[in-house]
Design a protein. Structure first.
Length: 182
């Protein structure tokens, strides 16, 4: 296959052509992101709501962020811990990386790691940084699927990775039960 050729580079993304494929890469960070599966001590799943320019819509997501973005010594776990606190105001005693894979393999080289955060303690309000304008939702776990479907009916874009995240509250990626500690 041909060597990749950059055809456009912006502040955050570059467009690359390799053979007949066109795809994007991040210009900073290391091409990894984290999505955090977090359940509060009172059994509420943490979701975040924010406006996303590419969709021109508000979205419902789990807390997430880039690894290495302005943090040179980031690990997947430290990025997940940082993003959880910034976006939701909750800190985890423990973060475990469950699974890593591509986000949109036909369009981007980015990969994402699902991380389970346990032992949560409230340390702030959340809401993000630099004008992210994030709204935090803590939804009772049994009601989360219906709540997500209601948001979709209201016109929110609901991140499809949420369904995998909900499953991984109680399961490891191989289907075995997750530990009871939350």
């Amino acid at each position: 296959m041909d060597q990749p050729r950059t055809v456009y580079e912006g502040r955050y993304l570059r467009m690359v052509v390799r053979g007949q494929w066109e795809y994007v890469q991040r210009t900073h960070a290391d091409g990894m992101a984290v999505i955090i599966i977090a359940v509060t001590p009172d059994d509420r799943v943490l979701f975040v709501e924010q406006y996303r320019v590419p969709l021109d819509a508000r979205t419902i997501e789990m807390p997430a962020g880039l690894v290495g973005d302005d943090h040179a010594h980031d690990t997947l776990e430290s990025a997940a811990q940082r993003e959880l606190v910034e976006e939701t105001g909750w800190k985890a005693d423990k973060v475990v990386v469950l699974l890593t894979g591509p986000t949109s393999s036909g369009m981007s080289s980015e990969r994402i790691a699902f991380c389970r955060a346990t032992g949560l303690t409230r340390v702030g309000d959340g809401g993000g940084v630099d004008g992210e304008d994030i709204v935090v939702h803590a939804i009772p776990r049994p009601e989360a699927p219906a709540w997500l479907m209601e948001r979709a009916r209201e016109g929110f874009e609901v991140d499809l990775k949420l369904w995998a995240g909900l499953w991984m509250i109680d399961h490891n990626p191989d289907g075995s039960p997750a530990s009871a500690a939350r």
